[in-house]
Design a protein around this ligand. Sequence first.
Ligand SMILES: Nc1ncnc2c1ncn2[C@@H]1O[C@H](COP(=O)(O)OP(=O)(O)OP(=O)(O)O)[C@@H](O)[C@H]1O
Ligand SMILES: [Mg+2]
Length: 364
Amino acid sequence: MDNPFRPTAGASPPELIGRAGVLDEFAYGLRLRSGAPGLLTIFTGARGVGKTVMLGAAEDLARTQGWAVVSETATKGFLGRIGHAMRRLAEELGSGPQGRRLTAVTAAGFGFTTQLPPQQQLEWREEGLRLLHLLEEQRTGLVITVDEIHAADRQEIAQLAADVQHFIRADLPVALLFAGLPAAVSDLLNEGVATFLRRADRIDLHAAAVDEVQRSYAETFAAGGFTLTEGQARRAAEATGGYPFLIQLVGYFLWQEAEKVSPVLTDAMVDQAVAAARRRNERVVIEAALSTASPRDLDVLRAMAEDDGPSTAGDIGARIGARPNTVGNYRTRLIDAGLIEPAGYGLVRFAIPGLREHLRQGRA
Ligand SMILES: Nc1ncnc2c1ncn2[C@@H]1O[C@H](COP(=O)(O)OP(=O)(O)OP(=O)(O)O)[C@@H](O)[C@H]1O
Ligand SMILES: [Mg+2]
């Protein structure tokens, strides 16, 4: 059996830990096909918590029910790309054996600029309607997923929302699923660019329970023919804090150790794997997250790292010699960047595991 762990962004893990029931409303919506709240869902959560993987799981579920899927990331021009994908799907369906042959395929393509000109906006909607009517005849529907929604161009989002709202009003079988960082998604919803999106089912993803991680490790390693004691599974699980990316990293390195060294794992091998996982997590998640931080942002983060738990704005201000509103501005920036998160009134904490240690060791 090959190493089943997948420590890569967006890659499907061997087991979706701690996500039981998360897609229930969506699955129910797929059965009803229109008008169900689960057909409009936003997944939020810290970096590496498993948002992209949830979108993927929802897409897989939809495909098993025969639904068509358009999967996009909210980089510049995503609306145009969704339009292209809808057109292709409609063409495939329309020329299929049971489908009607569609003759009037419009000649103009969709632009890849952020805002579609009015003529293309109309076409976009018509393309969607055409596809949805075809899918309706087959008693299935269309799922559109948009990842990294926090970075989306506001005009594109507003247009997408307006069109999808139009489809929903017409009782057509469409689902719209988003994923993004929590604070930035809240801002997006509060800005009122697309009030209709506020009605979306918002599912905030968190770390999994350590117990579940332990059980999963025990089962996965047993299935691979390796011997991992209960204590070792516990130790490895605790080191992940239930954080999905670390679950994959620790599992991956542990599996490698077992393959290389011995199928009967030792405590030392567990510690090796945990250390390797932490190093990789720092390189991949922490350094990437910090790459957009300014020197002053880093001062704020270092000031926070002096605390063992959440930090108060007052303490941060005193440590970096800044006034409350200045601290407030950095707070907002760092929350939007997914580096820290609110932790109760006037408190903030790190949103990425290992970030505090990274800063304390003077590595940023
Ligand atoms: N429920 C889960 N159980 C175990 N592993 C998971 C789970 N969800 C995601 N993972 C793993 O965690 C890692 C991160 O997942 P994913 O890329 O979906 O996170 P993300 O929230 O989209 O991160 P980012 O904010 O950086 O885009 C991947 O290696 C994935 O296999
Ligand atoms: Mg992602």
